[in-house]
Write a protein that binds this ligand. Structure first.
Ligand SMILES: O=C(O)c1cc2cc(O)c(O)cc2[nH]1
Length: 338
């Protein structure tokens, strides 16, 4: 597709274990190949494992800074329970699940789509693994099902970032205003840039994340905006209140229609994980694999999603690699070297 010299030179460079190749920069010299990602990860200084809640296997760190914390500033130590509740409060306030009193509306909002567009000059040979990992990361960050995540990936493109062609990327995230609050953005920027550093090998200083608020009026599916859909639900709910006089509810445009329209959209045109619809095969293989059961609401972010101490690796041509979500989903069905 792209036949420019950047891509050609990148193509000629040896692929790494992760199947990711960084373009040889015509401007600055490409970095020397260093130790593998696993070796670098093992060498990285990591804070000692957090004290676990006594007597069980809860793996969540209690020393993780809360959203809005200035890392490094001394703060009074909170009791672990208080700390966890406070963290959970922020997580649920700024990212779903929203718990309104209208279930149909709540569901629409909790399943509102988050789109992400990633552009990078790095060449990713296993697009499926990369995009699946990113989708899982965003599904976790924004607390919505995988079927509510849309990602477009443009890789191996010609990108001049801050005057050099070193590995870099831009990521634009579109979501409803409630999901893109300043505190949430601060946290998600750090966590997502760290994710990109680990999966793409792009240091956070060369990864530009842009959060774009997209109001309900500005998104549509099936010819109807989300705002219209929500208004319809509210109107129908008001109509159905006992003792109120409103227009009779029309079954074809009622609550169930609204919910059904979204779910049928999800199962028909999206991955439809809960429906056991086959997922796209890895781009480099012809096989079709069924995804195992996946939780509708993703689990609490794993312990490794700490915002602090995001290490900047030396610029390396070797590909970073971390265990793909696919292995959690598919077990041994896919060979790890794909
Ligand atoms: O952006 C969304 O998540 C979104 C838009 C939209 C429009 C619509 O008519 C629906 O029924 C659902 C929906 N979700």
């Amino acid at each position: 597709m792209l036949e420019n010299s950047l891509r050609k030179s990148a193509k000629s460079s040896a692929p790494t274990a992760a199947g990711i190749r960084h373009p040889d920069s015509p401007v600055s010299k490409p970095p020397r190949i260093g130790p593998s990602f696993a070796q670098r990860k093992a060498l990285q200084p990591r804070p000692p494992d957090a004290v676990l809640v006594e007597g069980n296997n809860v793996m969540r760190s209690i020393d993780r800074p809360l959203p809005g914390d200035v890392v490094g500033r001394r703060k009074p130590q909170l009791h672990p329970d208080v700390s966890r509740k406070k963290s959970a409060y922020f997580e649920s306030e700024f990212a779903g699940p929203n718990r309104g009193d209208n279930p149909a509306k709540t569901r629409l909002i909790n399943e509102a789509i988050v789109t992400a567009e990633l552009k990078t000059n790095v060449i990713i040979s296993d697009e499926f693994a990369f995009i699946t990992d990113l989708a899982y990361h965003l599904s976790n960050r924004y607390q919505r099902p995988m079927s509510s995540i849309i990602i477009t990936l443009h890789h191996g493109i010609c990108m001049l970032f801050g005057g050099t062609f070193e590995p870099a990327c831009t990521l634009t995230i579109n979501a409803l205003p409630s999901l893109l609050q300043p505190v949430t953005n601060r946290r998600n920027a750090a966590l997502t840039q760290r994710h990109l550093q680990e999966t793409l090998g792009v240091v956070s200083t060369r990864s530009y994340v842009r959060f774009e608020v997209t109001p309900e009026e500005n998104v549509a599916i099936g010819g109807k905006t989300l705002a219209t859909e929500i208004e319809g639900i509210s109107r129908d709910t008001a109509d159905q209140k006992p003792g109120t006089f409103g227009r009779p509810s029309r079954p074809s445009r009622g609550i169930m229609k609204s919910v059904k329209s979204l779910s049928s959209f999800k199962s028909n045109s999206m991955i439809g994980l809960s429906e056991n619809v086959p997922t796209p095969p890895p781009s480099n293989s012809g096989e079709t694999t069924r995804i195992a059961t996946i939780l509708e609401v993703p689990p609490t972010p794993p312990d490794d999603e700490r915002t602090s101490q995001v290490e900047e690796p030396k610029a390396l041509k070797s590909a970073p690699r971390r265990k793909s979500l696919r292995f959690a989903l598919f077990g041994n069905k896919i060979s790890p070297d794909k």
